[in-house]
Design a binder for this molecule. Sequence first.
Ligand SMILES: Nc1ncnc2c1ncn2[C@@H]1O[C@H](COP(=O)(O)OP(=O)(O)O)[C@@H](O)[C@H]1O
Ligand SMILES: [Mg+2]
Length: 328
Amino acid sequence: MRVIASANQKGGCGKTTTAINLSSSLSLKGKRVLLIDFDPQAHATMGLNVKPSDRKNSIYDVITPKENKSLGIKDILVPIKDNFDLAPSSLILSAVEQELSGMEGREDRLFQAIQALKEQYEYIIIDCPPSIGHLCFNALRACEEVIIPIDMSLFSLRGVAKLLDIIILLKDKIGHDVRSRALITMYDRRTRYSRIVLEKVKAEFGNNVFETVIRYNIRLRETADCGLPVGDYDKNAIGHKDYENLAEEVIRQEAARMYPDLNTLNVTQDILQKTEEYIDMSVKPPGIEQPISEMENFSPHSPQSNYSQMVEAIATKSTNSFLSDEDG
Ligand SMILES: Nc1ncnc2c1ncn2[C@@H]1O[C@H](COP(=O)(O)OP(=O)(O)O)[C@@H](O)[C@H]1O
Ligand SMILES: [Mg+2]
C-alpha cells in the first residue's frame, strides 16, 4: 500500500484536482484506490458528486476522539466506481484542529486509522487542506509520499516552505521519511510567466519534480463542477491525458518507504509544538462559509454515491451542449 498526500498551503493550486484525477486514473489502471478527503471544505467529496450533508458520517468521525469507540474508515466509505472508494469529508472536520489540541496521540489519528486498510487498497490518496495544522500534520505522518501541486504562481512556491519544514522535522525527529515531489499544474506554455515559474520550481526541487506537467485545461474545472473525474466525462481531454501520464509515472516510481516505529510519541512533542505555533500564526483557510452548527444537521440516511446516475445523466447530454469545445 502506498499512501500519497496532495498538499500545499496555498489554496487553488490543484491539490483536489490532482487527488481526484490521479485516484481515478490509478483506478482505471486496475489499482485499488481509496481517496481520503481531509479538507473541511470537502471539495474532493463534492467533486465526486457526494453531498456532505447527505452523509451520516465522515472522516471527522474517524479522526475525532469519542467516548465510545471512534468509527473506522471502513464505516464511512462511499464506493465511487470500480476500484475507487472515497472517505468523505464535511465542514465539521475543521473542529478537529481544536479537538485534538493537547490530546495524546493526536498526530497519529489518521496513520492509525489507515493501518486496518493495508490489504484492501494499493493506493491511498489524501487530499489535504490549504493550511498547516493538525489535519495536515496527520496527513504527513500517515503518508510516505507527498505530491506538492504548484500552479503558475510564485505564491504557490512560497506556500511550500512550511510544508517542507514539517517534512524535515518529521525526518529529523522520528525518522519518518516523506518523499516530496513537486507537480506543475495549470501550465500554459504560451506564457512567459509560466516558463519562469517552471524554471524556479526546477531550481528549487531539483530532481524532485514530476516529469509529467499538468497543463491548463478548462475541462478539469468544468468536470469538477459536474462531480466527475475528467476522464469519465471526456477521455480525449488534455487534462485526462496529463493525469493518465501522472498515474503512469507514479506507478513507475518505486515504493521504497517503510513505516517507522510507532513508539515515537515523545519525540514528536517538538514537532507538535512547532505545528501549533504555525496554527496560531496561520489565517483560517478560505472558503468556509457555513457555521459548523449547520453541519450538525446530518441526515439519518447514508445513501450511496449517486455517481453512476451522474455519469449516465451527463453521458446522455451532447458534449457540445454541456461543455465548451475550445479546449481539450
Ligand atoms: N490544470 C488545470 N487547468 C484548469 N483549471 C484547473 C486545473 N487544475 C485545477 N483547476 C481548477 O482550479 C481551481 C482550484 O483547483 P483545486 O484543485 O480545487 O485546488 P486546491 O485543492 O489546491 O485548492 C478549481 O476550480 C479547479 O477546477
Ligand atoms: Mg482543495
